[in-house]
Design a protein around this ligand. Structure first.
Ligand code: ZN
Ligand code: ZN
Length: 328
């Protein structure tokens, strides 16, 4: 099969390789990759901003696949089914985190497109218990961004609490999905974009946010909570300065530039600053059910599998509105 593979740490691009089509192990499924979303985390993997990827590795953890083969121990899935394969690809199942519904923090967690070959390929194998049937109403390319942008965005929104006024810093793939969920929940959404990025203002307005402005501007009302999707540390004190006492600021990315020091008064009055790491299978089931109910409009830009580097560089330079999706 053809795959786009990261061959060396921090290489900054992937290379087209011909490789054996994998065979599913006893607890795995083999899927034909229908498409695979491109997530900012892939960029961090390819650019060497995350430590210790297994190398070589095929990136990609927003896989929409059709099951073509199943291992002998797999139950509940069958050839022909369409499934989604997200970032969390395995966990130990026995540690204190796994036993308390926090498998996202498992020290032996394994991640798709990082320690496990992912979806920048024609085929992929995955642990069957970490694959999820996808809701109807989404074609393959529009379903792909649900699997990380949507799912981890949903976890971030949950961690932000149920405040009515939600700020979102960085308006890309995750934000455009989660803004729709928050609006559907009857909340007001305030989008903050890079100063001068009028295209992002237009995009967030199309998606239906309550207000959109530049990240160095005050919103028209103080926020109850804020989610920082942009990997930019200086937005953290900025967001803290915009939330009410008791407000929550969630950092939703896996990598962020250093957070500058800030005065204690920004945290005082019980403001909460936290991160969100990975996802649990419960998040996946809950969010995919929500996505089946609402339904969400995902904005995608498709690329051939062989154009993975162009998709990555468009994401790197902020030239994308919505989500990039590779189609083998
Ligand atoms: Zn564990
Ligand atoms: Zn991701």
């Amino acid at each position: 099969m053809k795959a786009m593979s990261l061959l060396q740490f921090g290489r900054g691009h992937v290379d087209l390789v011909e490789t054996e089509t994998p065979a599913p192990g006893p607890a795995q499924v083999l899927v034909k990759v229908l498409c695979c979303g491109v997530c900012r985390t892939d960029l961090h993997v390819v650019d060497g901003e995350l430590p210790d990827p297994r190398l070589p590795v095929v990136p990609g953890h927003e896989i929409v696949g059709r099951i073509e083969g199943i291992g002998r121990d797999v139950t509940g899935l069958a050839p022909g089914m369409r499934v989604g394969i997200p970032w969390l690809g395995g966990s130990c199942g026995v540690c204190a985190f796994c036993r308390t519904d926090r498998e996202n923090l498992c020290p032996d967690g394994r991640y798709t497109g990082y320690q496990i070959d992912g979806g920048y390929a024609e085929y992929a194998v995955a642990d069957a218990s970490f694959c999820f049937p996808l809701p109807g109403g989404y074609d393959d390319v529009h379903a792909a961004p649900l699997l990380c942008a949507g799912l981890i965005g949903y976890r971030a929104l949950r961690m932000a609490g149920d405040g009515r006024r939600v700020g979102i810093y960085g308006f890309g793939a995750a934000a455009h999905i989660i803004a729709q969920v928050a609006r559907h929940q009857g909340r007001d959404v305030f989008a903050f974009v890079t100063p001068g990025d009028h295209q992002a203002i237009r995009f967030s307005t199309e998606v239906g946010v309550t207000w959109a402005g530049f990240s160095n501007e005050p919103p028209p009302h103080p926020l109850d909570c804020a989610i920082v999707f942009a990997p930019v540390g200086r937005l953290v004190p900025e967001a803290l300065s915009r939330v009410v006492p008791g407000g929550v600021v969630v950092c939703a990315g896996i990598h962020m530039s250093d957070i500058p020091s800030f005065p204690y008064r920004l945290l005082w009055e019980e403001r909460v600053l936290r991160s969100v790491a990975n996802l649990t299978r419960r998040d996946a089931r809950e969010f995919l059910a929500v996505a089946g109910d609402i339904p969400l409009t995902t904005h995608v830009q498709t690329y051939d599998l062989a154009e993975a580097n162009r998709a990555l560089s468009d994401l790197r330079s902020g030239r994308l509105s919505g989500a990039a999706v590779l189609v083998p």
